[in-house]
Ligand binder design. Structure first.
Ligand code: ZN
Length: 935
């Protein structure tokens, strides 16, 4: 960076530290119930296995800006923050540091900015939590968030554990925590289920249930074909194996032929599994198996496209409905191999229709897309998806499917699956929707079916229905994300909530299990109310009985009895309850979009499960990610920009404003050094302008000043609108960049009274750049701008005429500049259009069509006498009336009063005289567009 902007940044940093100190000393963000309307905003607490980074900066800055805005609107705002440390990642990190793992040292010294000597001491989870919670606290204070710090905590606190125990008892009472066998993502190395937090790669993979249909050969070997579309078994013409080695495996006493990857996966299912031997797929090519549903004998054939790492590695071929199958058979025909395996012909068997026709839709789509060979995998994938979608939505089963004929494809899967399983000819095989899924420890995860494990029963239809009903009522920002939430809620399955390893709270009734880290962070926003009393020593873990929490959170029981059983004063019990009733529910939870699929869903489910409806969260706001110079950030691999480093290098206000302005809603923001530096100079200009003008006395007010006031009112209105919709980019653009443009014009035009907007401009910018605004504000005031009232739109200051005449001058400068590009002139003659043109234009604006206007005009004798010139102009007026506002000011007067500016600006002499202007230019002049003649 340039020396100049370095100096500015250090000046910013100094005032930032000063005002952070003042805010804290005066406790201006500590919130207590009072008579005002409350606004409770929360942001997911950060997980402390590293330093806070630009992703946190974005989410938290959005939240803080909203908190500051609401505070200035007059709300009593509560904005608290805690730290999340439960689960395995911190333990994993401690282990990696202890064994001096090279990659970890590299990432943590280079990207998390931890000095190497210090890093090597962080060998226990406790030390990591201590170090990173200090770091996080300093980073959050250093960027100036308006947090009530009396309410902070970490999730391993003894009191927090009491709170989690209470919550789990509540869930158990309602049968939302149950024991059962369920498929989970599992790390074979850690021997633990893995959650989103624990995953290095493949975080978005879900578990899908394939149906495995058992085709049998004459030796009794089972070929378990995995499919997501069991109905297509009626159209199977052959099986596919990849020409590699397969394994013969004993599965619950049956002999299965599966890929070696599938054998590994089968070990983690609840089946009894051992290997019998290896076998080459070649041995089976050309031989037949029996379709257990239709009884038909069909051949086994080779196909390169078979993915042995997908389910069983054994695939049935349905050429009528699967583009891959169709083209693979075509390839075999063409190469003569089909004959070699003793197969004469394989005719596609059509079993679904979408339009009443019964010809092969796979062939159809392949011809349409012009696909020629199996190697065209991308196009084939596209064809498969298109066809599947069409058949899923519109398809009906044909007569060939026997008793299922006429059923819709949408409804067949569950029915057929149950029927086939009941007959013993099919089973379920769980698989990831995408691969690979890799644990933080580097091991490839598998789907494990865990028996007798504790689950949150998210598939409970009643529970789900209540959540969906609430979703309908609540606000999601941006609104189009509601659909995303709805889908995710509908698909949410039961989730393992306990594990063997990690930091956290034990399941109170089954102490060998720990509650995993996404399940202990669902309703903790309510804990912020308690945290203040825990931190000041009023409330201790031993006071936190089930009865006390029932009373505080749910109003159950009698305060005097609860006071004595929890060994507290009855006043204390009542005050905490009063606080809770005042602050709850959460008014908005603002979060990154990565939490939509997990945390934010659980947040909704658990609130709905535990609290009465009036305490359900009111709104959720979702924002996108941050990249660095176009590169994706990664906490575990880098690159990463920590919050601390951004603030150190550019200052808190620049960092905040940049991240708010870079993007809004769910679009991603990109951190670009060049643009950040550009913002440093823009803020510096703002600061210098304030320095120059804020304490000046106001001189006489002219049209130009009224113009500035008027434009500023529009900015106030738009900024408020933008912030009411949480459109941060639009808000910063209006409040800062657009006002700055107006100010530039104002000064260029000779404006002297910038201070007439400065009080309000400083307030308008305070939520976005609070420190610099606090500094400037104090030059004229003793109060904190952070607590001032946000500017209100004042319509009486909107001056349409002043705006029009300034716009007129701006356009005139542009038009003259265009002309002067081609003419080396010393003098410019100007003359406005003749008066009668304005009259006609006004009639045109108020008429329905040309005919109507003409009738009105010709009834006026004055116009009638002018003849053709008028009728030609009426047509022109009509063509232009749409984009033309009526000029209501005296153009000559405006030109006259701006003569000095125009002459200075353009370096020519301005002469307001029509005599020398050629007649055709006078004729072409329009109201608002004077004739210009340069000589
Ligand atoms: Zn692992």
């Amino acid at each position: 960076m340039h020396v100049e902007s370095d100096r500015m940044v250090s000046e910013f940093r100094e005032m930032e530290k000063k005002w952070q100190g003042e805010w804290e000393k005066n406790g201006i963000f500590n919130s207590e119930p009072d008579g005002r309307q409350k606004f409770f905003i929360t942001i997911p607490y950060p997980y402390l296995n590293g330093n806070l980074h630009a992703g946190h900066t974005r989410t938290l800055t959005i939240g803080d800006t909203l908190a500051r805005y609401k505070r200035m609107l007059g709300y009593n705002v509560l904005f608290p923050m805690g730290f999340h440390v439960t689960g395995t990642p911190i333990i994993g990190l401690a282990e990696l540091i202890a064994k001096k793992d090279e990659r970890t040292f590299n990432v943590y010294t280079k990207f998390h900015d931890v000095p190497e000597s210090l890093l090597s001491t962080l060998t226990t989870p406790e030390k990591i939590v201590e170090y990173f919670s200090d770091e996080a606290l300093n980073a959050l204070k250093g960027i100036g968030y308006s947090i009530d710090w009396r309410r902070t905590f970490t999730t391993t606190d003894e009191e927090y554990q009491k709170f989690i125990e209470w919550q789990f008892y509540k869930l158990k009472e309602k049968n939302f925590v149950v024991k059962g066998s369920h498929p989970v993502r599992y790390c074979p190395h850690d021997r633990n289920p893995v959650e989103d937090h624990d995953i290095l790669m493949g975080e978005s993979a879900t578990i899908v249930d394939f149906i495995v249909i058992k085709f049998v050969n004459d030796e009794g070997l089972i070929f378990p074909c995995a499919t997501l579309r069991p109905e297509t078994v009626f159209g199977a013409t052959n099986l596919w194996l990849k020409p590699v080695n397969y394994v013969i495996v004993s599965v619950n006493g049956e002999k299965w032929v599966v890929s070696s990857e599938a054998f590994e996966k089968l070990k983690y299912t609840d089946r009894e599994v051992y290997a019998i031997g290896e076998v080459k797929a070649d041995n089976f090519f050309g031989k037949t198996v029996k379709n257990p549903v239709t009884g038909k004998e069909i051949p086994i054939l080779p196909a390169e496209f078979v993915d042995t790492d997908n389910a069983t590695g054994v695939v049935m071929s349905v050429p009528a409905h699967a583009p891959f199958d169709f083209i693979a058979i075509e390839d075999l025909k063409r190469s003569g191999e089909l004959k070699k395996y003793g197969v004469d012909e394989l005719e596609p068997i059509v079993l679904i229709t979408t339009d009443g026709q019964e010809c092969s839709p796979a062939e159809d789509i392949i011809r349409k897309l012009g696909i020629r060979t199996q190697k065209d995998a991308e196009e084939l994938e596209k064809a498969t998806k298109l066809l599947y979608k069409k058949e899923f939505h519109k398809g009906r089963l044909l007569n060939i499917t026997g008793k299922y004929a006429g059923m819709s494809v949408q409804r067949i899967k569950d029915k057929l699956q149950n029927d086939l399983i009941e007959k013993g000819i099919a089973e379920v095989f769980y698989e990831f929707s995408e691969k690979p899924v890799v644990c933080r420890c580097g091991t490839k995860c598998v789907v494990k079916v865990v028996r007798d494990q504790w689950f949150l029963n998210y598939s409970n239809p009643e529970w789900k229905k209540n959540v969906l009903n609430w979703l309908d009522e609540m606000k999601i920002i941006p609104a189009y994300y509601k659909e995303e939430f709805r889908n995710k809620i509908e698909w949410l399955k039961d989730k393992a909530c306990a594990r063997r390893k990690g930091l956290g709270t034990r399941i109170p009734w089954d102490k060998e299990w720990l509650i995993e880290s996404l399940s202990d962070s669902t309703i903790y926003m309510s804990y912020y109310i308690l945290a203040k009393y825990i931190n000041d020593g009023t409330l201790k873990a031993e006071n936190m009985t089930k009865e006390l929490l029932d009373y505080i959170f749910l109003g159950i029981g009698k305060p005097d009895r609860i006071a004595s059983s929890s060994k507290l004063d009855v006043d204390v019990v009542e005050i905490i309850r009063r606080d809770f009733v005042y602050w709850y529910p959460v008014d908005v939870r603002s979060s990154g979009k990565d939490l939509v699929a997990n945390h934010l869903l659980f947040f909704l489910f658990h609130h709905v499960a535990i609290f009465p409806k009036k305490l359900y969260p009111r709104a959720i706001a979702v924002n996108g990610y941050v990249s660095l110079e176009g590169q994706k950030m990664s906490k575990s691999k880098g690159p990463l920009l920590t919050m601390k480093r951004a603030v150190r290098d550019y200052g808190a206000d620049v960092t905040r404003m940049y991240i708010l302005y870079a993007s809004e809603y769910d679009s991603d923001a990109d951190w670009r050094k060049k643009d950040v530096e550009g913002l440093v100079s823009n803020l510096k200009r703002f600061y210098n302008l304030a320095k120059e003008y804020y304490q000046r006395d106001v001189e006489d007010i002219y049209t130009l000043d009224r113009w500035l006031l008027s434009k500023f009112q529009r900015a106030v209105k738009e900024t408020r609108e933008a912030m009411d919709n949480l459109q941060t980019r639009r808000a910063v653009n209006t409040a800062f960049f657009e006002v700055m443009n107006d100010v530039r014009w104002y000064l260029r035009r000779g404006g002297k009274n910038l201070s007439i907007i400065l009080d309000d401009w400083v307030k308008l910018l305070a939520p976005f750049a609070p420190h610099i605004c606090e500094e400037i504000w104090h030059w004229n005031h003793d109060s904190f701008v952070s607590l001032e009232k946000f500017p209100e739109y004042d319509e009486s200051k909107v001056d349409f005429l002043a705006e029009q005449s300034e716009e007129y001058i701006a356009n005139l400068v542009e038009d003259m500049r265009e002309i002067l590009k081609f003419v080396d002139a010393k003098e410019v003659y100007l003359y406005p259009a003749e008066e009668w043109k304005s009259e006609i234009l006004e009639i045109a604006v108020n008429s329905e069509d040309v005919k109507d206007a003409m009738r009105k005009i010709m009834s006026d004798v004055k116009f009638k006498q002018m003849g053709k010139e008028v009728s030609v102009f009426v047509k022109k007026a009509f063509r232009e009336k749409k984009d033309r506002r009526m000029v209501k000011f005296d153009e000559k007067e405006v030109i006259e009063s701006s003569r000095e500016f125009l002459e200075n600006e353009l370096g020519v002499k301005i002469i307001l005289d029509r005599e020398k202007i050629p007649e055709e230019k006078i004729k072409a002049a329009m109201p608002g567009k004077p004739a210009i003649y340069a000589v």
